[in-house]
Structures are given as structure tokens and as C-alpha cells.
Design a protein around this ligand. Structure first.
Ligand code: FRU
Length: 928
């Protein structure tokens, strides 16, 4: 992820967090509202009559002030068990508070207690249960209402008369309490008799039925008290039916409005009614006080009053006033609701606007920040771009300059190459003349051959350079003509046959068809074949195999494969082999690195392809593919169809002569025949140079040779020569690596090394010396100079030798080679310690120093100039001389102290070395 992306991601995260935060706040607000959303259940015993509808209206009116509260209403239709079931359902639905007006006290007591015990507040309204387990009661005092009615009847009858009581539902608390109050109210009027008590069940029809049943009783009744106005109306109707006049009817409830008690009193249908407020409003107010954990009264007793002809008009007026005020309030409330809705929607819009604004500010801020950051990044990118552009321009400029310089260099080389041709030809002709002169041949035949061969080699390299330049820069025009390519290749192969046979290499041509006509330039394509076959010969060892095969590919092109089983190439070399001036690392071909690049260019000019497959130590195959026909050449290429092939034999010489076996000037016997005192190992991959140096140095030294670094190293360990001359660029291991290895190995560290190289810069020479070479000689070198260097190094070894073998233990001769010094110290130490040991052997020293017997022998010989046994004998005699001179030991004891087995043998050896016996020596010393 880029820096910019990371930064954007971070800001987007911030934005999302912010929005999330705001949503959380909004959700939080909603949740706060939810807390006031109570559920209140109201279980009504019977909902059909006016009084209870009034109660419900009052409740709804009050609830409208709590718009969030939920209100569940259930009507039991005067059925107690139905009411129990309805309460249970409410509890299951989850009410926060229950308001109940129980139909009958006893049947409803259980469920009310259960509710209360569950922790759900219960408000009992109007009627009660038989238990005190409720949270609050709302309603008028029914006992007082009954009592009020009793007292009112007593006063009405002036203390004398008959009274009938029409009671409510048996078992409902108001019926019980009103009856009790009524009896108590009449108690003081002893002349008033309650002639009958019937149950009207709070209903008009029930009351009428029961009153009809007791018709004889009611005929004598002066006052009939019905527990509610509904039953009072039924009473009046029964009285009217039986045409009984003058009987006063009292009721309870005194409801305002149409069909209500107030109207009945005003119309004289009934004589009076005890006001019994429905209490719906008070019940809801108490409920919220309980739910909001505010203080509340457990018993909320509502006031009552007698309404009769004396106060009914006032009550009606008050009621209508209240009613109109109520209507106003309702109107205002509905207006308020509307306003609230408007407010709510405006609030919502405002909230949305505020939120959008905040978001706009936040995102605007972020956008501005992004913009600024982007600008910054863009600016730095622009600066970088400019920098890159500048660098690119510089590079273009530099490469243009380099191109010009390269072109100039190449032009120079081409010109020089042209210049070389003439002197080379001038060398070639006289050399060939001299070679044909028998007398001269006898004296310097081999030297002449060497010159001849190398002149051709130079010619080949120069020709390749010129050819390459022509193709590359002069856009050489090719002249193609149809020719039998099989025959063409056969002729080229023939020119290499002699060389191949000499080395027992099978060089063959394989083709199904003897004639394959291909359009090509006869003066160009031959170079490709010459070059690849010459290479194959160079890299194939004696007794190897080279095969040139032709294969028709789909009648469209021909594949020419030149396959050898030579040393092969490393993978990294195969990929670069066609690049100009590329030379495989440690290549010993001595080539220019142009041959294959030139071949590729020539094949490309023919619209063909060339590729190589090679495996190290298994062989190499070059495959050339040329198209059949002439459709791929333009007209100009085909114009000179008659172009003659220049003398193939003459051209072949350039490639073939170079392959000739190394020319040796002296014969083998002369070089290696006579044993020499000092030996030199020459490590050189150019066979001619190796042969030349072997021959020249062979006159003075014993010569060992190696043509690559690895065998040079092995040869050194085996032969331990007195000096090494090595090329720097070698196959296998470079001369420098070889030098470091030899100089850091105790077995070979003493051997002087001369590095020979074509790399002539001062840095390279310093590099050669720092890798511990003793001398660094640049090619071409003067042989006498090389010989002088060789002699000098061998002589300085002799000086070192003298230093170690001299009797003087301290010398001023500097010993630069720490390893050699250590070796000699170790060697001398071991010998000194074992002088008395007559069985002391060379093997023991080898074991202690860790070198082989021959290595020890060579090293001691090289550093000390004598054999190991001569050295040990010398040390023994020297010690004996010292002991004879300085210590008083008898000769027999000294004999054993210096490791001789018998005094006689000691005496003989001592005399041979110093010209006198030990006893004569001792005597002489004492006399002198
Ligand atoms: C209505 C009613 C009233 C009476 C009350 C007693 O159902 O009969 O008239 O006062 O119930 O609970």
C-alpha cells in the first residue's frame, strides 16, 4: 500500500467513526424516549354502561398527556372467570402496571394477589377484592354513599315510612358496602322499616324483574333506594307500570349527560342520586406516580354529594361548563398534538440538517486536508519526475557521447585492421617463400611454421573485425543466389578434414537429400560454417566426433546442425555466446569474441536463425535455420545472382592454419632428455606459447607443463617445482587464485611465481603482486627479460637457503615469507629435539609438520639446498663439535648425545666432515 493510500484509508476510517458516533448518539436519544414507554393494563368488569364508558373516557383523556405509554384494555362483560383469564393474558403480554375493577370480590382476589406478589403494581378501582394486597385504591367510599342515601331517605320520610333496597351484584364490594352504609344511615330512624332487599345485579332489567316479583311490597314502599341510577330508572318504570305514585326513588352515580343521573333528577324521573365519580382520571394519575416512583396515596377516596332537585340545576350548569371547558381543552390538546407533530417533523428536519452540516464540515475538512496532502505529494512527485527527467537526459547525452566514442574507436580499429592486413601479407609471402626453401627449413622450419600459423590467426581476427563492422555499420548488401547448401558445406568440411584426421576426430556430414537448394550469399555464409566448425574442432578433444547434419523442416526451411561432443559450455556462456566481444570465462580459445556474433549477423541477413544448445563436458550443438525459396529477400539482394564465390581454399586457410597442432621448435629429447638441477612449472592455455616457453626454458631447467589452473595446482603439489610461470587468464582457475592458494599452503609457499598476462595496466600489475606473485610480466614480453627474472628469483631462493643452512643462527637476510620461516623453524626445532635419537626418521618429521615425504624433501631442498639426512647429519656434527669444545663429556657419551650408534661410526663421519677425529679435535681445541 502506498503512503497516499494508507493516509486515505486512515481518514476514511476517521469519517466512518464519526458517523458511527453520531448514529450512536441518535440511537441513544431514542432509547431514552423508550424508557417512558410504560404499558398499563386496564381490566374492566363490564364496559357497556354509561358510567364505565365515562370512566374509560376519563382514563383516555388523561393518557393523552402520556403519548408514549401503551394502554391495554379488556372488558369482562360482567363475567368474573373471563376477567381472571383476561388479567392472566395481560400479565403474559407484560404490563408494567394493572388497573382493575373486579366484577366480584372473591373470584378476582387470587389473580390480583398474584399480580401484586409478582411485583407488578395493582390499582383497584371502584370495586375491591377480598384482600388488602393491592398497591392503591381509587373510588368513592361506598359505605359513605350508602350511609348518605340512608340519612337522605330518613330526612325525606321525616322518620317514618317503608323503604325497599335494590342492591347491586351479590359479592361485589360496592353492593355490600352501600348496603351496610344504607342500614347505618337509617339506624337512628326507628320508625323507618326496610321492608325488602332485592339484588338487581347493577342492571335495569334485573332490577325490574325482581321489583315486579315483590310488587305488593313496593306498593307500600315510601322510598326505594337503588344502588345505581340505572336500577333507579328501572324502579321508576316498574312503579309507573303498577301506577304507584308518590314513591320516592333514590339512585347512585349522578352521571352528567344524556341518560345520566343528573338528567333523571332534573326531569324528576328519580328524586335524588348520590354522586359517584368514575375516577378514571385519578386512576391514571396514580398509575404514573407509581411507575415514575413518585409519592402516591394508597387510598384515593373521591368526594361524593347528594344531587336532588335543590342542586341539580347548579350541577348541570357546572357540568356543562366543565364539559365545554373540557371540549376546549380537547381542541387545544388536538391543536397541541398537531403542533407537536409539526415540531417533531421540523425537529427531524433540523436534526438531519445539523447532522448533514456537521458531516459536511468534517468531510470538507478532510477533503481540504487531502487536497493539501495531495498537493504536497504531487509536488514531490513532480520534483522527482524532473530529477528523473534530468538524469534521463544526462544518460541520453552520455550514451550518445559513448556511442560516438565507441563508433570512433571501432572506426579506428577497423582502419588499423585494414592497415594490418598489408604488413601481414608482406610477412606471409616471405615466410611462405622461406618455408619452401629446404635449407632454411632445416635450420628454422619450425619457427617459420609458428610465424606462418600466427600470421593467419591475426588475419582471421582482423577479417572478422572488418566483416563485422561492414555488416553492422555499412549495412552490407548481401547478394543471394540459389546454391546446393549440402555441397557447399561438404567443401568447407573437406578443408578441415586433414586437421581432424590428425587428431583422430570424426568429422562427417549427414543429409537425407544430397541436394538442398537454398538462396544465400556464398561469400558470407561460408564464414558461418568455417567459424562454427573451427570452434567445434578447437573444443573437441582428440578421438572426438563432429557431425554436420541437414534436416528439412516442413518443406519450408532447412535446419543445419553442427554437433560436437567436446567440452561444452556453462549455461551462462550459452546465453551470451552470440554477443559481440563476449568471451567465456576462462576460455582458452584465444578468440576475439567476434566470430559467433558475426555468424549471427550473417544468418540474420539471410532472415534465418541460429541457436545453441550445450552441456558442460558433453558437447555443443549449433543449429542454423534457413528459409527455402527466395520470397524473403527483396529484389536488390537478388540482383547480383551471378556473384562468384571467392577462392574457398584460400579462405579456409585462415581458419584451418590456426587449428594446426602446436609447433615445437626443439625436439622432445632436447627439452626433457637431460635432467636439470632446477625445475619450472609452466601453466599456459595457449598451446603455442606453452610449447615456445617449454622449449626455450627447457635448455636450462627441467620443465613441467599444465594447460589450465586446476591441473597447474595439482602439478605443483606433485612436482614441487623450483619456480612457476603462469598465465593469469586460465580455464579452471585463474592464475591469481592459483597464486593465492599456493602461497598460503606450507607445502608450496616457498615456490616463486611469475604471472604472465596480457592485462598490462598498472592496477592489474599491482593486483598481481598483492596476490603474492613474485613477479608480473606483461605480454608481449621479451624472453631474455623473462629468463633474467627466472634466474633472479631462483638465485634469491638460494640466498634464503644459505641463510637457513649457515652456522650463524641470526642473519641480516630478511625472510619475507612468514610461512617459510615458520616451516624452517618447525623443521629445525624437531631436528634439534631429536638429535640424540638414533632411530629418528624423516617419516616422523612429515607426520609432525603435516606434509608428504616428497613435499618435505622438495621443500627442504628448495629452502636449504641439501637433503634432509644431510641436514640432520650436519646438525649432529655441529652439536658434537660444540660439546667437544665447551663441555667435559667423554667422547663415548657425546656419541650417544648426538644420535650415533657407535663411537667408531661417529669418529669416521666426524673425520670425513672436519678432517680429524673427535679426540684429535678436542685435543687441538684444548691446546689452542
Ligand atoms: C356501573 C355500576 C355503577 C355503580 C358501580 C358499582 O356498572 O353499576 O352504576 O355505581 O357500578 O360498582
Amino acid at each position: 500500500m502506498t503512503l497516499l493510500n494508507k493516509w486515505h484509508a486512515k481518514n476514511i476510517r476517521t469519517g466512518i467513526l464519526l458517523i458511527g458516533f453520531m448514529m450512536l448518539i441518535a440511537a441513544g436519544c431514542k432509547r431514552a424516549d423508550k424508557t417512558s414507554q410504560y404499558t398499563i393494563g386496564f381490566s374492566q368488569c363490564i364496559g357497556s354502561d354509561l358510567w364505565r364508558r365515562t370512566m374509560l373516557d376519563e382514563m383516555r383523556m388523561e393518557l393523552s398527556l402520556h403519548p408514549d405509554a401503551r394502554f391495554i384494555y379488556a372488558d369482562a362483560d360482567g363475567n368474573s372467570s373471563k376477567q381472571v383469564e383476561q388479567v392472566k393474558k395481560m400479565l403474559d403480554d407484560g404490563v408494567d402496571l394493572l388497573i382493575i375493577s373486579p366484577n366480584e370480590a372473591q373470584p378476582l382476589t387470587g389473580i390480583v394477589e398474584q399480580t401484586y406478589n409478582k411485583g407488578i403494581p395493582v390499582i383497584v378501582i371502584d370495586r375491591k377484592t377480598s384482600s388488602a394486597l393491592y398497591t392503591a385504591y381509587v373510588g368513592a367510599d361506598n359505605y359513605q354513599i350508602g350511609k348518605m342515601a340512608g340519612e337522605y331517605a330518613g330526612a325525606l320520610l321525616k322518620g317514618r315510612g317503608n323503604v325497599v333496597e335494590v342492591m347491586g351484584l351479590p359479592g361485589s364490594s360496592p353492593a355490600i358496602e352501600r348496603d351496610r352504609g344504607f342500614s347505618d344511615g337509617l339506624r337512628k330512624y326507628t320508625d323507618i322499616n326496610i321492608t325488602d332487599r332485592i339484588y338487581g345485579d347493577w342492571l335495569k332489567d334485573s332490577a325490574k324483574k325482581q321489583l315486579t316479583r315483590i310488587a305488593p311490597v313496593i306498593k307500600n314502599a315510601d322510598v326505594i333506594f337503588a344502588h345505581n341510577d340505572v336500577m333507579a330508572l328501572g324502579t321508576r318504570e316498574v312503579l309507573d307500570k303498577f301506577k304507584i305514585h308518590g314513591t320516592k326513588v333514590l339512585g347512585v352515580d349522578a352521571l352528567p349527560g344524556h341518560g345520566g343521573g343528573l338528567q333523571m333528577v332534573a326531569s324528576k324521573t328519580i328524586n335524588a342520586s348520590m354522586l359517584y365519580p368514575a375516577g378514571g382520571k385519578e386512576a391514571i394519575m396514580t398509575a404514573f406516580r407509581i411507575l415514575n416512583k413518585e409519592s402516591f396515596a394508597r387510598e384515593n377516596l373521591l368526594q361524593s354529594v347528594v344531587i336532588d332537585s335543590a342542586n341539580v340545576q347548579l350541577m348541570k350548569m357546572q357540568w356543562s361548563k366543565i364539559s365545554s371547558q373540557q371540549k376546549d381543552i380537547e381542541r387545544q390538546r388536538s391543536l397541541l398534538t398537531e403542533q407537536r407533530e409539526v415540531y417533531n417533523s421540523q425537529q427531524l428536519v433540523l436534526n438531519v440538517i445539523v447532522m448533514s452540516l456537521v458531516l459536511a464540515i468534517v468531510f470538507g475538512g478532510l477533503a481540504f486536508y487531502w487536497l493539501m496532502e495531495n498537493r504536497k505529494i504531487n509536488k514531490s512527485l513532480e520534483a522527482k519526475n524532473n530529477e528523473i527527467l534530468q538524469q534521463r537526459n544526462q544518460l541520453i547525452e552520455m550514451s550518445a557521447k559513448a556511442e560516438v566514442a565507441t563508433e570512433a574507436k571501432l572506426q579506428f580499429f577497423t582502419n588499423i585492421s585494414h592497415e594490418f592486413r598489408t604488413p601481414l601479407t608482406l610477412i606471409l609471402s616471405p615466410v611462405e617463400d622461406m618455408m619452401s626453401n629446404e635449407k632454411l627449413n632445416l635450420v628454422a622450419g619450425k619457427s617459420l611454421k609458428l610465424i606462418h600459423k600466427n600470421v593467419y590467426r591475426l588475419l582471421r581476427l582482423i577479417n572478422q573485425l572488418i566483416e563485422y563492422r561492414k555488416i553492422e555499420y555499412d549495412k552490407q548488401q548481401i547478394n543471394v543466389s540459389p546454391n546446393n547448401i549440402v555441397e557447399f558445406a561438404r567443401e568447407i568440411i573437406t578443408s578441415f578434414q586433414e586437421n581432424a584426421q590428425k587428431r583422430n576426430i570424426s568429422l562427417s556430414l549427414v543429409s537425407d537429400e544430397q541436394q538442398i537448394i537454398v538462396w544465400y550469399d556464398v561469400n558470407l555464409l561460408d564464414k558461418v560454417f568455417f567459424n562454427i566448425i573451427a570452434n567445434a574442432l578447437k573444443f573437441t578433444s582428440d578421438n572426438g566426433r563432429i557431425q554436420v547434419s541437414f534436416k528439412n523442416r516442413d518443406n519450408n526451411s532447412v535446419d543445419i546442425a553442427i554437433q560436437d561432443n567436446g567440452i561444452g559450455m556453462e549455461p551462462q556462456d550459452t546465453t551470451h555466446v552470440f554477443e559481440q566481444f563476449y568471451q567465456a570465462e576462462n576460455s582458452s580459445s584465444g578468440g576475439s569474441g567476434l566470430g559467433l556474433a558475426l555468424s549471427k549477423e550473417i544468418v540474420s541477413l539471410h532472415h534465418g536463425s541460429i541457436e545453441v544448445k550445450s552441456k558442460k563436458w558433453e558437447g555443443t550443438t549449433f543449429t542454423i535455420n534457413l528459409l527455402l525459396g527466395n520470397g524473403h529477400f527483396d529484389q536488390t539482394a537478388q540482383e547480383h545472382v551471378n556473384a562468384k564465390q571467392t577462392d574457398l581454399e584460400e579462405r579456409a586457410k585462415i581458419y584451418v592454419t590456426d587449428l594446426a597442432t602446436p609447433v615445437s621448435v626443439a625436439d622432445e629429447g632436447q627439452i626433457f632428455g637431460t635432467p636439470r638441477e632446477q625445475s619450472i612449472l609452466i601453466i599456459e592455455d595457449n598451446k603455442d606459447l606453452l610449447s615456445y616457453l617449454s622449449e626455450k626454458l627447457g635448455a636450462t631447467y627441467e620443465i613441467f607443463t599444465a594447460d589450465n589452473g586446476t591441473s597447474g595446482l595439482n602439478e605443483t603439489f606433485e612436482r614441487v617445482p623450483d619456480l612457476i610461470i603462469s598465465d593469469v587468464v586460465l580455464p579452471g582457475m585463474s592464475g591469481k587464485t592459483l597464486t593465492v592458494k599456493l602461497k598460503t599452503d606450507v607445502r608450496t609457499s616457498h615456490i616463486p611465481i611469475i604471472l604472465l598476462t596480457a592485462q598490462g595496466s598498472v592496477e592489474q600489475q599491482i593486483d598481481g603482486i598483492t596476490c603474492m606473485a613474485d613477479a608480473y610480466i606483461v605480454k608481449p614480453f621479451n624472453f631474455d627479460y623473462l629468463l633474467a627474472t627466472v634466474k633472479n628469483l631462483i638465485k634469491s631462493r638460494a640466498t634464503l637457503k644459505e641463510h637457513f643452512t649457515s652456522d650463524v643462527s641470526k642473519s641480516t637476510v630478511p625472510v619475507s615469507k612468514a610461512l617459510d620461516k615458520k616451516f624452517l623453524n618447525d623443521f629445525a626445532g624437531i631436528v634439534e629435539q631429536n638429535l640424540a635419537n638414533e632411530n629418528f626418521s624423516v617419516d616422523e618429521i612429515c607426520k609432525l609438520i603435516g606434509v608428504s615425504r616428497i613435499q618435505l624433501y622438495r621443500k627442504v631442498k628448495a629452502l636449504l639446498g641439501c637433503s634432509i639426512s644431510d641436514y640432520i647429519l650436519n646438525r649432529r656434527l655441529k652439536k658434537a663439535k660444540y660439546l667437544l669444545m665447551n663441555e667435559g663429556y667423554p667422547i663415548s657419551e657425546i656419541t650417544y648425545m648426538v644420535g650415533f650408534s657407535t663411537p667408531n661410526y661417529f669418529s669416521t663421519v666426524f673425520k670425513a666432515k672436519y678432517g680429524c677425529t673427535p679426540s684429535e679435535y678436542k685435543r687441538k681445541q684444548q691446546h689452542s
